[in-house]
Write a protein that binds this ligand. Sequence first.
Ligand SMILES: O=c1ccn([C@@H]2O[C@H](COP(=O)(O)OP(=O)(O)O[C@H]3O[C@H](CO)[C@@H](O)[C@H](O)[C@H]3O)[C@@H](O)[C@H]2O)c(=O)[nH]1
Length: 454
Amino acid sequence: MENQGTRRCRVVLVPPPFQGHITPMLQLGAILHSKGFSITVAHTEFNAPDSSKHPEFFFLPLSDNVSDIDSSFWNLLEVITAINVNCKEPLQRYLVQMMEKQEPHDQVCCIIYDSIMYFTDAVANHMKLPSIILRTTCAFNFVAWHATPRLLAEGYIPLPESLSNELLPGLHPLRSKDLPFTGTGELELLEELRKIRSSAAVVWNTVDFLEHSSLLQLQQQYQIPIFSIGPLHKMAPALTTSLLKEDTSCVAWLDKQAPNSVIYVSMGSLAMVDKKELTETAWGLANSDQPFLWVMRAGLVDGSDQCVDLLPKDLKEKIGERGHIVKWAPQKEVLAHRAVGGFWSHCGWNSTLESICEGVPMICRPGFSDQKVNSRFLTHIWRVGLEMENVVERRGIERAIRRLMVEKEGEEMRQRANELGQKFKFCVQKGGSSYNSLNDLEEFILSQSSSLPK
Ligand SMILES: O=c1ccn([C@@H]2O[C@H](COP(=O)(O)OP(=O)(O)O[C@H]3O[C@H](CO)[C@@H](O)[C@H](O)[C@H]3O)[C@@H](O)[C@H]2O)c(=O)[nH]1
């Protein structure tokens, strides 16, 4: 179903099938819809968004043939490659059909695709449609990616252990171990992801003041407009984008806790931990004496649907009512709750933005890719997070929780997070940088549409 009304033209969105990417794309769709554009979401059948939650969009399922391959975390590169091969023909076919039937008031005026869905560029070219890329990580992540040829030449990739703590020249504050890639195996995909191809512009889920110099650097490199209109979840009207069912029981539990007392623990939708880390984290939380809310999604430990069953009985008894465990939480609501005073996070970019917006400081336990970059900025530039070292054991965890939740150091981080959160609020308000940039994006899309053949 789709609510038409009087619309300007149609924007086709192409998100990849991952929660951390579908969310910002749907948020962008909701923003553009509120500006009068019609929205089509062309998505894979694998991990498809729930169309019933978005009656204002038209959904176009693309057959991806991913069911034939192992789609587990360990195989993400193969899944991404398969999608880019398999979805091209169906998207092109659907667009041809759509454009043959389109009414003058419902012309497709541009395609916006996530960097991961890079096949879209060829489809847009074939259809003579302008395309725009949506980037869902921080801008600095791409600054680091663009430095790959130099880092390869200087021997920083593949990563020699002896250099892992060394600050990288030209990439302050990253150390070699913070690079968003670890070896040459990922370089081919990286090369695809960092290209801007024939895109007319880039939309970035970031905030200008936070990443001003990175954005300037990328702007010079790309020579096309960059619209930084984040944080998208604050720019968009409220909408549900979860692929998993949210367990809202945690909100009633939070209501019973003291202000700023709860540490929220979540590793996002992809990052995993091993059984030892799960147990050590649980002991650290149990021994910290702080109340905690923990998201143990199915698969957080590889192969386990009920991760809570992996915890020993005596540990569960010690935790008792002080810990509340769910499989998936309404995270934005949780972070905005007065009881939540800290976030133990894998530092995905959405979680990072959501936490800062609510003034919640973090314990940073990055897993892979841009998470390491985000963690470094959170801990060493914005100073709203504590870094968890690689060896995760109960005493270190207990100590980190106390530092964040009880000690002055944590209070100061909370204050800085609050100040950053306030600045974010100004950016999305009338006259703020993201607000203005969105108006520019709107004009830009309309200017692209006026040059299309009628
Ligand atoms: O119980 C939960 C846990 C998470 N979320 C939401 O899920 C999203 C998770 O996104 P993110 O924090 O970015 O983590 P990932 O799911 O790991 O996201 C992938 O995509 C991000 C954006 O490109 C990257 O920054 C990450 O490294 C990559 O793993 C956020 O919006 C959360 O609010 C919930 O709603 N409930």
